[in-house]
Design a protein around this ligand. Structure first.
Ligand code: FE2
Ligand code: FE2
Length: 134
């Protein structure tokens, strides 16, 4: 079962970013599946680590584009990224201290990401269109 589904309306018209978003959704789905199937801490832990790593990679990509295109909302947007990175880190820490984690933490991450893409990421679409970003 998939809890995170990317749809074309979420496209920001930059291929690499759309692919990153799809990859992040895939990682959330994998994590959800591992939790739903009652997989061990090790598997769930490595799935969270993968999500964390890819999140950082993706946010860095966007933040680099903000810098090179002189995006006016860059600082504000990056602060939102910071909040999400903290949430993922918290999630990871909770896992190491508890034997199980509540699935609602995962739906929170999914909702946050969906909302962030639909609002904050979508907001740079027109600005990025003025540049050749791949
Ligand atoms: Fe994004
Ligand atoms: Fe973003």
């Amino acid at each position: 079962m998939k809890i995170a589904v990317w749809k074309p309306e979420l496209s920001v018209s930059v291929k690499s970013i759309d692919e990153d978003h799809q990859k992040l959704f895939d990682l959330i789905n994998q994590l959800f599946e591992a939790m739903a199937k009652g997989k061990g801490k090790e598997i769930i832990g490595s799935a969270i680590e993968e999500l964390e790593k890819y999140t950082i990679f993706h946010f860095n990509r966007e933040e680099t584009y903000f810098r090179v295109t002189n995006y006016a909302m860059g600082a504000e947007h990056s602060r939102e990224h910071q909040i999400f990175k903290q949430k993922v880190a918290e999630f990871k820490n909770n896992l190491s201290s508890n034997s199980s984690i509540a699935p609602d933490v995962l739906t929170f991450l999914r909702d946050w990401l969906l909302n962030h893409i639909a609002k904050s990421d979508k907001a740079y679409e027109e600005h990025f269109k003025k540049f050749t970003l791949a």
